[in-house]
Design a binder for this molecule. Structure first.
Ligand code: DGL
Length: 267
């Protein structure tokens, strides 16, 4: 069981930011990734549609030998109910791990959240933060253009279009005086340098993808499910659309070529 993979899924390629973090934190673990590239974006869809896609994504991963499942997608994580959608193995989304990290990081009790329209409308991060610390003041902003800017490669720190969009979205959050900002969507860590520039020096950025990876490590440790292998883990990727498009665009998220086999698969 311990050598089974960690299953990770996302609406597309963005969840590779969590795969990257897992590779750094748990280098010996195998990963099976499912990216629903044929149906991205999820973040502009209704709750019912996102929940149906989520069930299908989880069912797909469960047909493979996985010992834990991570919903790397901020939008999916925001639509989950109180009960885990998987009863017989550890499961996490990205919301609780990021909320926990933000509450631990903030000094002035003011936290910002950015995510897709569906994520921000759900109030998920805000609810998770207030479950941990009801006194934290939260300012949230949907940043719908960020996903497209990252997917199309507008990721350079000095890119004028990305900086303009970031200035537009982030100014109200900066003016709210937050000292901590949750990057509540898979794609945002890729443009973290731009976000950091706009937010200013004193603001700590929390990557939901990284926090989910840290939380996964904690879950596997607690349940004695960490692999005993000492070799570098193997990754296998499944996508619902073209393999070549995935391989081309994955570089934006991994800062490297995909290390593993990639298959196209219907769910
Ligand atoms: N993966 C999504 C998220 O983290 C962003 C892309 C989408 O809208 O599907 O919210």
């Amino acid at each position: 069981m311990n050598r089974d993979a960690i299953g990770v899924f996302d609406s597309g390629m963005g969840g590779l930011t969590a795969v990257k973090a897992l590779g750094e934190i748990l280098p010996h673990e195998n990963i099976i990734y499912f990216g629903d590239t044929a149906r991205i974006p999820y973040g502009t869809r209704s709750r019912q549609t996102i929940q149906r896609y989520t069930q299908e994504d989880i069912a797909f991963l469960r047909r493979h030998p996985v010992k834990m499942i991570i919903a790397a997608c901020g939008t999916v994580s925001s639509m989950l109910g109180a009960d885990s959608p998987v009863e017989d193995m550890p499961f996490t989304g990205v919301v609780y791990p990021a909320a926990r990290a933000a509450c631990a990081a903030t000094q002035n009790g003011r936290v910002g959240i950015i995510g897709t329209p569906a994520t921000v409308a759900s109030g998920s991060y805000e609810n998770a933060i207030h479950t941990i610390d009801s006194a934290v003041d939260v300012t949230a902003m949907a940043c719908p253009l960020f996903v497209h800017l990252v997917e199309y490669g507008y990721t350079d720190r000095n890119d004028p279009i990305t900086r303009l969009a970031a200035e537009e979205y982030l100014t109200p959050i900066r003016e709210a005086g937050v000292d901590t900002l949750i990057l509540g969507c898979t794609h945002y860590p890729i443009i973290a340098p731009v976000i950091a520039d706009i937010m200013g020096e004193g603001v700590k950025l929390i990557s939901a993808s990284e926090e989910a990876a840290k939380y996964a490590k904690q879950c596997l440790e607690e349940q004695d499910l960490l692999t005993d292998s000492t070799e570098r883990g193997h990754n296998v990727y499944y996508v619902s659309d073209s393999v070549s498009m995935f391989r081309d665009n994955a570089r934006h998220f991994l800062a490297d070529a995909v290390n593993g086999q990639v298959f196209s698969s219907r769910i």
